[in-house]
Design a protein around this ligand. Structure first.
Ligand code: NAP
Length: 318
């Protein structure tokens, strides 16, 4: 017997519980990388938002920089139209000219205004490059915001194991736990298993928010060399999306398809369930439509067997 993946998880050693899968919203309002406004628009995204809530994943990851604030703005509008609790994770970007504690509170004020909410479940530092601010000032400012109740929990993103330990230590001085490290993690991007990030997070009880968990669409089975379809936007520059790249990937995608058949699940749902099976990992797949949101939410409520997890791990190793 194997256990079914959890429907919800607490963010690190905190009291804040969120669905065990979130919806990424980088593409929401972003025309530069993802092509917002061409194939999909605000109405398509409203439908994606509603589908995610309906499917039991009212948890969205955004950032002040996504679409230069448009992602937060869209989420703010959609939340106003929706009943029920929604958990939001957003991010502070450490820009070079931000160096005092007030820069953090000003950025958060602007995010909350765009989101039209008094507080968020999770506030993450988008990148470890802190320029003139220094991690001690930054963590002080974040701890202040927890005490004031404008953020429930603190996270970091793209931090190494060492940087995560330091953030954890600085926050602990203020009695605030480090809840999350948001990093790139998918079957095709497994660096965190080797560089100490996953192990350190597990030791500290810090939750990993796995970004680009579908390798930006490669693991969905939608892109194949036979029926060659160029991806939207900047992904065209990624050699993995070329005809050759896709040809190499096909045996692995076929395994996800085969394993999925046994559970009546899609390759994307298998790839996301594999991440959840690693323990204390929350994938945040992007969704640009209601069908993608619904499908990605379907990664919850069932489990791969231990043998399937091992087989998939091995097939994607190296
Ligand atoms: N902290 C950071 O530095 C950082 C960096 C990157 C991302 N993130 C976060 O992580 C989230 C997810 O990462 P990501 O958007 O880079 O990559 P991803 O989740 O791996 O891939 C998302 C893309 O895959 C396609 N897709 C998604 N679900 C699908 C499905 N069920 N079937 C077929 N295609 C599907 C969609 O694009 P198409 O339909 O166009 O193929 C979608 O835009 C972001 O939205 C953002 O919130 C954070």
């Amino acid at each position: 017997m194997h256990s079914v993946t959890p429907q919800s998880l607490t963010l690190g050693p905190t009291q804040t519980t969120v669905p065990a899968l979130g919806i990424g919203t980088w593409a929401w309002g972003d025309s530069l990388y993802w092509g917002y406004g061409k194939d999909y628009d605000a109405d398509t995204l409203r439908a994606a938002f509603r589908a995610a809530v309906q499917a039991g994943v009212p948890f969205f990851d955004t950032a002040e920089v996504y679409g230069l604030g448009e992602s937060e703005r869209l989420l703010g509008q959609f939340m106003k139209e929706q009943e029920g609790a929604i958990a939001i994770a957003t991010k502070y970007f450490p820009l070079p000219w931000r160096f005092g504690k007030s820069a953090v509170s000003d950025a958060l004020t602007a995010s909350l205004k765009r989101l039209q909410v008094p507080s968020v479940a999770l506030y993450q530092v988008h990148s470890p490059f802190d320029f003139f601010m220094g991690q001690d000032t930054l963590m002080e400012a974040l701890a202040d915001e927890v005490k004031q109740g404008r953020i429930q929990t603190v996270g970091v993103s793209n931090y190494s194991a060492e940087q995560m330990l330091r953030a954890h230590e600085l926050l602990a001085k203020r009695g605030v736990p480090l809840a999350v490290n948001q990093v790139q993690y998918s079957l095709l991007e497994r660096k965190i298993e080797q560089n100490g990030v996953l192990q350190t997070a597990q030791n500290l009880g810090v939750t990993i928010l796995a970004y680009s968990p579908l390798a930006q669409g490669l693991l969905t089975g939608k892109y194949t060399p036979d029926d060659y379809q160029k991806p939207q936007g900047a992904r065209q520059l990624n050699p993995r999306f070329s005809k050759d790249g896709l040809t190499k990937l096909m045996p692995q995608v076929q395994l996800l398809t085969d394993v999925g058949h046994a559970h009546s699940k899609t390759p994307a749902q298998v790839a996301l369930n594999w991440l959840i099976a690693q323990g204390n990992v929350i994938p945040i797949p992007g969704a640009k439509s209601s069908s993608q949101a619904e499908q990605n939410a379907g990664a919850l409520g069932w489990s791969l067997t231990e043998d399937e997890v091992t087989r998939i791990s091995q097939a994607f190793a190296g």
